[in-house]
Design a protein around this ligand. Structure first.
Ligand code: ADP
Length: 662
């Protein structure tokens, strides 16, 4: 990496650090806490509202239980149990009248027995009046029976039965109007009485009326009286009568709505009876458990219902049955009471049966609180309809965005810091390499200079005498050392020119084979036939190929590679080879040695300025660490590439590739 490049890089890294740190500081100090504050305040507000609603729901229900003890039950869901556990309300027989019918006028009057006999005779005649054929009012037995009934109809002891008998006779003769008037008279005179069979005459008369009526009116009236528990008759009978009446009503299409309403009442009463039955088996337990403070349990017969109960001042237990749906309704009502934002809604979730409730979507949930100590398994959930209508959605969105931005900034900061640290380490390394370089270069300069001076002095002092061979040997050493010095100085100059950016190249068309030959000759001259053997192979198809290059520079590059091969290649031969790759359109100059090779981790580093592999430094092989860096710069400047291929222990091959020109 060039120093200009690395300076730009560290500047960018530093800017990244500064900007991201500034951004994080801004997010942290200004923007984020602001919104956090709003979000938290809003959340607290929601939580408080939810708690308030929960408390109000509980208070409302407890109040309702208390009002049962004060004003009495208002509908079927309330119950009252006495201190011994007996269920007082609701009634197991809700169809039975609450008041005992007063049985009056049963003291036998004078002539009672005679009238009783007539009554029996009339009934016997009535039974045989029209066997198997249609009756008319003229049928003799029917007439006789009617006369007998009429005779005893005025008396209060037999009157009711006589009227019933007369009504029956009229119906047999098809005189429904007359029958109806008898029934009405029966209601008017004996409505309060109960027959020997324990049946209220009013009920019997109403049933009769409903049967002979031409409209739905009497039947509806009968049903209402049964459902209104006006008769103190056995439940089973009342139910049969009611079912019968419902069947009769089917004849009158106009009764539809009313019939439906009565049917619902009937069903309600039956549910009340069912509740009473269920409570009966729990009564003692509830009575023992109740306190003056309200308590609640899940209804043992139905998971989504609760019994809420409390001991009243009179020691009775007052309570009500609530379904979860009703509790939810209470919550909705109370939510209106606390002035909840119009976009907020409440829902009640059962924590023990999460599958049973429609779960509120996580994104719309705003708060969740326990519905109160009475119902620890029920939670009140506040949720919002439509994203962001009270700003919470926007804020949540902004919060997510802020988190993402801050996360991104932190990542940039970390990367920037890493890059800065790396840059600083690299700078330090460069400084160290440069200082090493100065001492190596001084040493490198000094060595050839010393031998040049030494041999020049020897020549001057005539040490060689007349020995021409010796003299020429000394001169050769001086030339060799000067060439070495020249290559070193050329490298140094090149480096400083490249660093300053003032290096220029004189590019001309060059025959690759010539370059290889020149480099090999110069190299041989340096060594005066010493050192490893150098073999030169110039492929036939490559010898006459041309490249565009600065001849001196390219020769110097190959010389650098050859000089490295000699320095590091131990005793093995050095091979210089010229090849052509027609497909890629390149010519390659490669130098191969048989030295220790270069590990793959080192292969990239050796092209850096001043870098010397630790092995090279250790083995005291002279060098500046500039050779390969310069080869790379030079070759790349001429549009080529330098590559190294090496396997440890098997030597190294450096290749310069240049594009071929025509
Ligand atoms: P130097 O002046 O140290 O030779 P270079 O830039 O020419 O500088 O080489 C850099 C480093 O690469 C050398 O110090 C040496 O460790 C390694 N190197 C270069 N050529 C070879 C080679 N042929 N075999 C093994 N190592 C080599």
């Amino acid at each position: 990496m060039g120093s200009g490049h690395s300076a730009r890089f560290s500047l960018v890294a530093m800017l990244a650090v500064l900007l991201s740190a500034g951004g994080i500081a801004y997010m942290a100090s200004v923007s984020y806490p602001d919104e956090l504050g709003i979000v938290d305040a809003r959340r607290r507000q929601h939580q408080e509202k939810a708690e308030e609603i929960g408390e109000r729901v509980q208070a409302a229900i407890v109040e309702e239980v208390r009002s049962v003890s004060e004003v009495g039950p208002s509908d079927g869901a309330h119950f009252i149990i006495d201190a011994q556990g007996k269920v007082l309300v609701p009634s197991i027989e809700p169809l039975r009248g609450r008041e005992e019918t007063i049985l009056e006028g049963l003291l036998p009057l004078r002539g009672f027995q005679a009238r009783q006999r007539n009554l029996e005779r009339a009934r016997a005649l009535e039974a045989r009046a029209c066997p198997g054929k249609t009756c008319t009012s003229e049928s003799p037995k029917l007439r006789q029976a009617a006369t007998l009934y009429e005779g005893i109809e005025k008396f209060s002891d037999t009157g009711a039965e006589a009227l019933l008998g007369l009504a029956r006779l009229h119906r047999m003769a098809g005189q429904n109007d007359l029958a109806a008037s008898r029934y009405r008279e029966l209601i008017g005179r004996f409505g309060e009485r109960v027959s020997d069979a324990g049946l209220p005459y009013a009920l019997l008369a109403e049933i009769g009326l409903s049967e002979v009526g031409k409209t739905a009116g009497p039947t509806l009236k009968l049903l209402r009286s049964i459902l209104g528990a006006q008769y103190n008759a056995p439940n089973a009978l009342l139910e049969v009568a009611a079912q019968e009446a419902f069947r009769t009503l089917a004849r009158f299409p106009e009764s539809g709505d009313q019939e439906e309403a009565l049917r619902r009442d009937m069903q309600g009463l039956q549910e009340t009876a069912a509740l009473a039955m269920r409570l009966t088996s729990r009564g003692a337990e509830l009575a023992a458990d109740a306190t003056f403070a309200a308590k609640a349990v899940v209804a043992p017969w139905q998971q989504e219902s609760m019994l809420v109960y409390q001991r009243g001042a009179d020691d009775r237990i007052y309570g009500l049955v609530l379904t979860e749906a009703q509790i939810r309704e209470h919550a909705t009502v109370e939510a209106r009471g606390v002035g909840l934002h119009s976009s907020l809604h409440v829902s009640v979730e059962n924590l023990q049966r999460p599958e049973a409730v429609e779960k509120v979507d996580r994104n719309t949930r705003r708060a969740q609180v326990s519905l109160g100590p009475l119902w620890p398994h029920l939670a009140l959930v506040l949720w919002q309809e439509g994203q962001g209508s009270d700003g919470m959605g926007d804020i949540a969105e902004a919060r997510r965005r802020h988190r993402a931005i801050t996360g991104g900034l932190i990542a940039v900061l970390v990367l920037g810091l890493l890059a800065t640290i790396r840059g600083a380490a690299r700078e330090r390394e460069l400084a160290r390499l440069k200082s090493d370089f100065v001492s190596t270069v001084s040493h490198e300069l000094k060595t050839p200079l010393t031998s040049i001076r030494m041999f020049a002095e020897m020549l001057q002092q005539g040490v060689a005498g007349d020995d021409r061979a010796r003299e020429s040997h000394y001169q050769g050493i001086i030339v060799k050392e000067s060439e070495r010095l020249g290559l070193l100085i050329a490298n140094l100059l090149d480096y400083s020119q490249i660093e300053r950016g003032s290096r220029t190249y004189k590019q001309e068309k060059q025959r690759v084979g010539d370059i290889a030959r020149e480099a090999a000759q110069t190299f041989a001259r340096f060594r005066e036939g010493e050192g490893q053997e150098l073999t030169q192979t110039i492929d036939e198809n490559a010898a006459e190929r041309f490249v565009q290059a600065d001849r001196n520079v390219l020769v110097q590059c190959v010389l650098n590679l050859l000089s490295n091969a000699a320095k590091y290649g131990e005793d093995g031969p050095i091979e210089l080879r010229v090849q052509r790759d027609a497909d890629a359109g390149v010519v390659a100059l490669s130098v191969r040695d048989h030295g220790p090779g270069i590990s793959s981790s080192e292969q990239e580093k050796i092209f850096r300025e001043f870098y010397r592999a630790p092995a090279a430094v250790k083995s005291a092989i002279e060098g500046t660490g500039l050779g390969l860096a310069l080869v790379k710069r030079h070759v790349e400047a001429q549009g080529g590439e330098v590559r190294v291929h090496s396997v440890l222990g098997e030597g190294a091959t450096f290749t310069i590739e240049l594009p071929e020109v025509g």
